[in-house]
Design a protein around this ligand. Structure first.
Ligand SMILES: Nc1nc2c(c(=O)[nH]1)N[C@H]1C(S)=C(S)[C@@H](COP(=O)(O)OP(=O)(O)OC[C@H]3O[C@@H](n4cnc5c(=O)[nH]c(N)nc54)[C@H](O)[C@@H]3O)O[C@H]1N2
Ligand SMILES: Nc1nc2c(c(=O)[nH]1)N[C@H]1C(S)=C(S)[C@@H](COP(=O)(O)OP(=O)(O)OC[C@H]3O[C@@H](n4cnc5c(=O)[nH]c(N)nc54)[C@H](O)[C@@H]3O)O[C@H]1N2
Ligand code: SF4
Ligand SMILES: [Mo]
Length: 706
């Protein structure tokens, strides 16, 4: 037993203090209660008041102490006096580090204007950085969680229903009678309450169809597992739409009230017969028809979900639209067991803040080429940094994003970074991106800080508070403090009037009529007033599309030269000797965020590459053998990964979980463990509708080590 533990255990135990806050080991933000004794967090439990977890935490959430007490954490601000990518670190005081940043940001603004600076952000503290960026005068706020994740889905649904499907998603799984998951491995994707809802729905007798080239954990519990040929999901979806339309299995009353374009939709899908789709997808025509009829028989209490990660093949907004169309035809939007209508609600910003400076007039938009980008894309910002077009891009603030691992084509990211005058990384551990930063700022972890509120639009509106369970360790600081101090150095102090994180939260609550003392004590407050999740005579839905209806045929897409009803496009299949590279999530890790967490690395220290047992035998590979991977463009993985032979995968695919293959010496447990899928994702295809990057189109072979 380590000595430090003994000395702690032997000191007179103080009374246990309970601090309600919320988890940041992923973005579900489950409410938790930290148990604190003698100045240490000794355990975390789920907060029963939180709709996101309902008293439970997932495996990662339970491992909070492994992140908090990770000795590899960033401890002081750092300034790189070496080269980018081969850093030599000089420890700096906060005053010195923030001074360097403020100086560089002012110089960039003077020479190129404020729009030459962008913020990449993922996580709750990002709100303070966004505020700082806007006060500085830039509007370039971006995140890989849009263009490299759920952006295409949000756009596909917005084109159809006029609104997104939400995050957390408005899926009413617990009351569903039929659930279809396409490329979504819910359960391994461990979004807490959503997994609970799915399990509850199945217990109540919901039928489940999982479309996945891999027999995922959830596929193993399904009534139908359809092992689809990768990159052909749209063929299956269009065939299902055709069956439902031709056999009039749709919800006719619902469509006549709320939708437009049924006749045009019907005409557009006639070529997509089940027999045609069977050839594309490898799923027998009879099965395609059977599932469509079973699904339609349970309308409107159905959800068809394409998961959250939607950046697959570059025509992803259209695939998402096909999924939205199926939900629309079966009347699931606004119905029990379908997609519920989220509660309204909000909390005002801190009162009395000055207006942000006007956005620079006449400056060309970075995403101008993608007419339906709902959010700024990372790739356009990267391109601007590489080319200087359509305007200069010289400074990046990177908050909680590990861009070296989360944007496709690392070479392009490096090229862009090398053109910058400033890269600031705000992180908690010395992750891959840190090696490319000029200045590194150590944020304290979520158990040590106040943060922006987390607002949840569930059936009821929910407000969660983050508050420190313990004091920040070493020199680490919360974002509300870092941005305030940086703001001061840049002459922006009027934008940061709060005394501290607590006063910031208390004032916002006061402005919104929310009892701060109660929030602080309970951790989560639920507002019932605006709750009306289902359509009734008194509760009619509104659709924020140009026509005010659900658009089965999209005029706005047609007007911009896109298909008003999705059309199928054949995607390349693997060349000889290669496999489609599939990737997903480890239930016990969040991307690379947790790969150094000592509680989780004990359980899952590295990833493996799945291959069908038959193929492995043919190619002479053994279970447990370490190999390298090489993509069709000739790029070889820098590390090695263990083979896992399985019956649960198509023969033309390989599968691995994302997050491993960290290359960061300071992260001792994670460095060089396993292989990162991103090293092999050199190819990507941009969605012309919204700028998302399809990344599932890379083909890979296995090469013997040595
Ligand atoms: N534990 C854990 N949970 C997480 C996360 C995490 O890091 N860890 N991350 C969260 C985030 S941000 C996201 S976006 C979600 C992502 O979670 P999901 O939305 O569920 O999506 P993916 O990770 O893309 O899903 C991977 C599955 O898609 C299958 N697949 C691959 N190619 C194809 C194809 O062409 N067609 C079909 N039908 N299936 C295919 C793979 O075999 C795999 O089973 O997970 C969230 N939840
Ligand atoms: N190749 C490939 N690329 C992908 C994906 C994939 O599966 N494969 N998935 C895509 C998806 S779904 C998404 S959502 C994006 C996510 O991509 P990103 O937005 O880049 O997010 P993460 O990978 O979560 O970034 C994690 C970084 O945040 C740091 N961090 C953790 N906690 C804190 C904190 O409290 N404060 C601060 N300041 N930093 C913290 C971690 O140490 C790490 O460096 O990636 C996308 N890109
Ligand atoms: S799902 Fe797990 S990791 Fe994500 S917020 Fe909830 S407990 Fe934390
Ligand atoms: Mo994501």
């Amino acid at each position: 037993m380590p000595e430090s533990f003994l000395s702690w255990a032997e000191s007179a135990p103080e009374e246990m203090k309970l601090v309600p806050t919320f988890c940041e080991l992923c973005f579900w933000n489950c409410g938790l209660i930290a148990k604190v004794q003698n100045g240490k967090v000794v355990k975390v439990d789920g907060n029963p008041l939180s709709e996101r977890g309902r008293g439970r935490l997932c495996g990662r959430g339970n491992a909070a102490l492994g992140s908090l007490y990770d000795q590899d954490r960033l401890k002081t601000p750092l300034i790189n006096i070496g080269k980018r990518g081969e850093p030599k670190w000089k420890k700096a005081t906060w005053d010195e580090a923030l001074g360097v940043i403020a100086g560089k940001l002012s110089a960039i603004k003077e020479k190129h204007g404020p729009d030459a600076v962008a913020l990449f952000s993922h996580g709750s503290g990002g709100a303070f950085w966004k505020h700082l960026l806007k006060a500085y005068g830039s509007s370039y706020y971006t995140a890989p969680s849009f263009a490299q994740c759920r952006g295409p889905r949000d756009v596909g649904f917005t084109m159809t229903f006029g609104s997104e499907v939400g995050s957390p998603e408005f899926y009413d799984f617990s009351q569903s009678k039929f659930i279809v998951l396409l490329g979504s491995h819910l359960g391994e994707n461990a979004h807490n309450s959503q997994v609970q809802d799915l399990v509850h729905g199945l217990e109540q007798g919901a039928k489940l169809c999982v479309v996945d080239p891999r027999c995922s954990n959830i596929a193993s519990k399904a009534d139908y597992w359809l092992p689809i040929r990768p990159a052909t999901d749209l063929a299956l979806l269009l065939a299902w739409i055709r069956i439902i339309v031709n056999e009039e299995l749709y919800d006719a009353d619902y469509l006549s009230k709320y939708a437009s374009g049924l006749a045009e939709l019907k005409a557009a899908v006639q070529e997509f017969t089940p027999e045609w789709a069977a050839k594309e997808t490898d799923i027998p025509a009879g099965k395609i028809v059977e599932v469509a009829r079973e699904l339609a028989a349970r309308k409107p209490n159905v959800v068809i979900s394409g998961g959250r990660f939607a950046a697959w093949y570059g025509d992803d907004a259209q695939r998402a639209r096909a999924i939205a169309l199926l939900n629309a035809l079966l009347g699931s939007w606004g119905r029990p067991g379908g997609i519920y209508l989220p509660a309204g609600g909000g909390v005002p910003e801190y009162p009395g803040l000055p207006e942000y400076p006007e956005h620079t007039a006449g400056i060309p938009k970075l995403d101008g080429a993608y007419p339906f980008a709902l959010s700024q894309t990372t790739t356009s910002i990267r391109n601007a940094a590489i080319t200087g077009q359509p305007h200069a891009m010289k400074g990046w603030l990177v908050y909680g994003c590990n861009l070296m691992k989360t944007m496709p084509n690392r070479e392009e990211t490096i090229k862009a970074i090398n053109n910058l005058d400033l890269l600031v990384a705000i992180d908690i551990v010395p992750a891959d991106i840190i090696q490319w930063a000029d200045v590194v700022l150590p944020e304290c972890t979520y158990l040590e800080r106040h943060d922006a509120l987390s607002l949840g639009k569930f059936k009821k509106f929910e407000i969660s508070i983050r508050q420190p369970a313990v004091q920040p360790m070493w020199e680490s600081k919360p974002s509300w403090w870092i941005t305030k101090e940086l703001g001061k150095k840049m002459g922006l102090e009027t934008y940061f009037p709060w005394k501290d994180g607590e006063e910031y939260l208390a004032k916002r609550c006061e402005a919104g009529g929310i009892n701060y003392a109660e929030l602080k004590q309970k951790g989560v407050l639920t507002i019932e007033e605006k709750s009306a999740p289902y359509i009734t005579d008194q509760n009619q839905p509104t659709f924020d599309t140009p026509s005010g209806k659900i658009e089965l045929y999209s005029k706005q897409l047609a007007e911009k030269g896109f298909d008003p009803v999705p059309k199928y496009k054949k995607h390349p299949q693997p060349p000889d000797g290669h496999f489609s590279l599939l990737f997903g999530r480890s239930p016990l890790h969040t991307f690379s965020r947790t790969t150094n967490n000592f509680l989780l690395t004990d359980l899952v220290p590295e990833n493996s590459v799945w291959i069908s047992r038959k193929k492995a035998k043919q190619l002479g590979f053994k279970d447990g053998e370490y190999v390298r991977l090489q993509n069709a463009a000739g790029v070889k993985s820098s590390g090695t990964v263990k083979i896992r032979c399985t019956e649960r995968l198509r023969e033309d695919c390989l599968y691995m979980v994302h997050g491993f293959g960290v290359h960061a010496k300071g992260m001792k447990r994670a460095d060089n463990k396993g292989v990162g899928d991103e090293e092999l994702l050199t190819g990507y295809q941009i969605d012309p509708i919204m700028g998302g990057t399809g990344m599932r189109l890379n083909f890979v072979k296995i090469v013997k080590e040595g």
